[in-house]
Design a protein. Sequence first.
Length: 175
Amino acid sequence: MMLWLAAGQAMAQQDQVLPSSDVLVINRQRLFEESAYGRAILFTLNQRAGEIRAENQRLIQDLEAEERDLALKRSTLPQDEFQTLAEAFDEKVQKIRRDRDTQERRFDLIVEQTRVDFTNKTAPILEKILLESGASIILYQTEDSNFMALPKVDVTAIAIQRIDAEFSANGSTPQ
């Protein structure tokens, strides 16, 4: 059994042959989306986003029902009484919009901070890759990148393997 594990580790290390280059490239999006650690973070964020969408949908349905009820009352109530109800409803809608906008901004900040935390927690692994390869720099490839590189200097797959190994070995899970 131990021999099989050692052979598996040796094969994994062989898969991780680092290129001989002064510059390495890592696709930041792939690193986040394809590593087990990043996928766990995305799962948690997607769950929360789903909860927010469901809550928004419920609020919309409640407000639509309240608006229909108010429209029915328009013909049966005196104008001033209806106007008071309509203004109260409008204030309620505006408050809910402000609250939802605030919640959306908070969630966006959480998503942004989560990505920063991922980058900070995985930086030591990437530094080790940099040192082992003898490269001078790692460039992050993003959607906005304006450079071309040969595929052989892309170490994203190696970084993903190492992140998965590191975080699974430590039993680390996203916060």
